[in-house]
Design a protein around this ligand. Structure first.
Ligand code: CUA
Length: 325
């Protein structure tokens, strides 16, 4: 199976979400969209006016047989002033609108601490909720109707966090924390992507934001703090053993177990997630087993190695991980 076929088949049946800068779902995204519409309207008027004048001039003043040297205009101070001042005023108007949009999108932070910290990694997203201590990966949960401050940071790569429906783009730069305000108004799942070329995985840095009613979000956050129940089913028990033995635990954290590493995504509640591989494929047993057996077949260039597991071993580990709720 080629890589594309593998991903296509793994994606089979996954729900489609449309994402678009025209589908603004926050005041921040709306102000960016409004600015775009105004810019577009003004640019369209200028384009049509200039085009019409050029066409009119070409027809009206075209050279005819027998014409001599055309009239040489030595200059017209009034006209020249006019076509300097008018564009300057248009640009000034757009500058004011842009500054206003920038203020709506990124108002001063003051002493406010981020509600969630987005940490960019090669090649995944980490989400840390400082007030509760919850740490999760690749799927960002947020409460609807709340003005949230996102801290945008990076461990080892420059990504650009962008969820078009929800707001502006913001670079994640190592050693230079940024912030981004998002006020989601409607519950739902919003998709985004890395918006700046960062390397081999650039096209596979999907972002999935789940905006929940505040009570549901609070429940989710509370549930995240509990370590998952130890595995019961035989395959899951075998999988948990393999997870330690086959060195998975050298990269991943699972609360309540010996796996404490923070190199790869936190897997404590992996079974709660809709997708794996940064919104790459649906999170189900088949896909997860294939991912564990050969991550490169689904996400070439990702940093998870092929551990040469047998099919049965990969399956047992997948069963274990899918029990982590
Ligand atoms: Cu990260 Cu492009």
């Amino acid at each position: 199976m080629t890589m594309t076929n593998a991903v296509m088949s793994a994606m089979g049946g996954q729900m489609h979400h449309h994402t678009s800068v025209f589908n603004a779902q926050t005041p921040q995204a709306q102000s960016i969209a409004n600015l775009f519409y105004i810019d577009l309207a003004i640019a369209a008027v200028i384009f049509l006016t200039v085009t019409a004048l050029v066409i009119a001039a070409v027809i009206r003043f075209r050279a005819r047989p027998g014409d001599g040297e055309p009239y040489q205009d030595p200059g017209n101070p009034k006209l020249e002033t006019l076509w300097t001042v008018v564009p300057a005023l248009i640009l000034l108007f757009l500058l004011v609108l842009t500054a206003r949009a920038m203020f709506i999108v990124n108002p001063p932070v003051g002493t406010r601490k981020p509600d969630v910290i987005v940490v960019a990694h090669q090649w995944w997203w980490e989400y840390r909720y400082p007030s509760s201590g919850v740490v999760t990966a690749n799927e960002l949960h947020m409460p609807a109707g709340t003005n949230w401050l996102l801290g945008i940071q990076s461990a080892d790569v420059i990504h650009d966090f962008w969820v078009p429906d929800l707001g502006a783009k913001m670079d994640a730069i190592p050693g230079h924390p940024n912030v981004l305000w998002i006020t989601p108004q409607k519950t739902g799942t919003y998709l985004g992507t890395c918006a700046e070329y960062c390397g081999a995985e650039h096209a596979m840095m999907g972002i999935r934001v789940i905006v929940q009613p505040p009570e549901e979000f609070a429940q989710w956050e509370k549930a995240q703090l509990h370590a998952p129940a130890p595995p019961v089913a035989a395959a899951a028990v075998r999988g948990a053993g393999l997870f330690e033995e086959k060195t998975c635990m050298n990269c991943h954290n699972i609360a309540g177990t010996k796996a404490r590493a923070l190199v790869g995504p936190d897997l404590t509640h992996l079974a709660d997630r809709d997708t794996i591989g940064s919104n790459l494929i649906a999170n189900n047993l088949t896909n997860l087993a294939q991912w564990i057996a050969d991550p490169q077949s689904l996400k070439p260039g990702c940093n998870m190695p092929n551990l040469r597991l047998s099919g049965a071993e990969a399956e047992d580990i997948a069963v274990y991980l899918e029990s982590l709720k």
